[in-house]
Design a protein around this ligand. Structure first.
Ligand code: TYD
Length: 393
């Protein structure tokens, strides 16, 4: 059984490393982004990982609380988990700005977050916070200080962890005997179905299928007992896992495994086809943007996402095609986008009558954004590449 490289997304920067100073621009870190399928575990991962400290540090700029979609999502998630499992002790790995945790009382919840700026936020909200990466050593320290946990939760975080063996081993040892480990990350099946190759960037060390998770979790005595398919982040899976043979297995597990197998996720042919689809998407997007530019239309991008870093660097789309990117995140405004150096400004400063077309970098928030930008849509169009290059009606 081999590990097979199937996709080459070219030279890429750190997806969330927005640049301010001349020094940052001169010393920008770049790496070759290629993707590998492991025939044995069926896991899809980056061929080479970026050192975690370069991505997750005190100037990390992704705030989960910034969109209404995410605030509602995490409130509903917390309410549902409380109803179903009545946990008394909760730990969240990758707690970001506390958007999930703040639905729990201070005394029952622990935050783990490597980015200092975010660890500070949950600490100030009154939660015991460990400013650390999730490692065996940290898990032992937490177990010593607080005992084992009834619920371990992680959203868009486990796929960031390069060493899954250590992560799952530490989780298994931190979970109480009847505890549940619930985590959600982008779905490999959805990515392949929708050709949303921009889910692939430095932070996403792995793109999970249920199939691959089942086989890796088993190594650590953990078993998936339920899977929920979510629309969040353009299609994610929420995985419910527990110690082996402690809970009844829901039929959603087998259903998801079957869906993945039927699509072809368990053999390399589907990945080779995906790679061809990605190349076609690049050609079509470049054709469309170049054609609009030739006609002298003003094109901007909406949402300075990590995903759009992948698209712009892979397709080599720079300020010659996209005048600027608008984004509500203050920490990104006034800076240049990673790699291709497109200026980022606030929507108030740049999303006005002069714009004809907007590439939807934040396509996963299409509903929220198209509702908010009804006036723009009266005479202008959003462009997306998902599931194929098109105007959004
Ligand atoms: P997101 O798609 O969640 O992230 P990523 O690809 O980095 O994981 O990021 C959404 C970005 O879009 C974030 O920087 C905030 C911005 N945004 C806006 O500017 N306006 C909006 O209305 C919304 C919903 C998001």
């Amino acid at each position: 059984m081999a590990k097979i490289e199937f996709l080459d997304l070219g030279i890429q920067p750190i997806a969330n490393n927005f640049l301010l100073t001349a020094d940052q621009i001169k010393n920008e870190y770049k790496f070759h982004l290629t993707v590998t399928f492991d025939e044995e575990t069926k896991l899809v991962s980056l061929s080479d990982f970026v050192p975690p400290e370069l991505m997750f540090n005190d100037s990390y700029v992704y705030y989960s609380s910034l969109s209404q979609t995410m605030r509602s999502h995490f409130k509903e998630t917390a309410d549902a988990l409380i109803r179903e499992f009545s946990p008394r002790k909760i730990l969240e790995i990758g707690s970001n700005d506390g958007v999930f945790l703040k639905n729990f009382e201070n005394e029952m919840a622990i935050a783990v977050e490597p980015c200092g700026n975010f660890a500070e936020i949950t600490k100030n909200l009154g939660y015991t916070t460990y400013k650390n990466f999730w490692t065996s050593e940290l898990a032992e320290e937490i177990a010593f200080n607080h005992g084992r946990q009834d619920l371990i939760f992680a959203a868009n975080c486990i796929c960031h962890i390069q060493n899954l063996d250590e992560a799952f081993d530490a989780i298994s040892k931190s979970l109480s005997s009847s505890g549940v480990f619930v985590f959600e990350d982008p779905s490999l099946l959805k990515m392949m179905e929708r050709n949303s190759y921009d889910q692939i960037y430095d932070e996403h060390a792995h793109i999970f299928s249920v199939t691959s998770l089942k086989s890796i979790l088993r190594e650590y005595g953990l078993e998936i007992f339920k899977v929920q398919n979510l629309s969040i982040h353009g299609g994610s899976n929420r995985i419910f896992a527990c110690h082996e043979k402690t809970r009844k297995i829901d039929k959603s597990v087998e259903e998801n495994l079957t869906k993945e197998n039927n699509f072809g996720l368990n053999s390399i042919a589907a990945y080779r086809q995906f790679s061809k689809n990605v190349q076609r998407s690049k050609d079509q997007l470049l054709d469309l943007l170049s054609e609009l530019k030739r006609k002298k239309y003003k094109i901007v991008s909406y949402g300075a996402t990590s995903k759009s870093t992948t698209v712009f660097n892979y397709c080599e789309i720079g300020p010659d095609l996209i005048d600027y990117i608008v984004d509500t995140t203050e920490a990104k405004q006034g800076k240049l986008s990673p790699g291709v150096h497109i200026p980022v400004i606030s929507p108030e400063d740049g999303f006005d009558n002069s714009v004809n077309y907007a590439f939807l970098g934040a396509w996963n928030y299409e509903k929220e954004i198209t509702q908010k930008e009804k006036i723009f849509l009266e005479s202008n169009r959003f462009i997306t590449h998902v599931p194929h290059v098109r105007f959004i009606k």
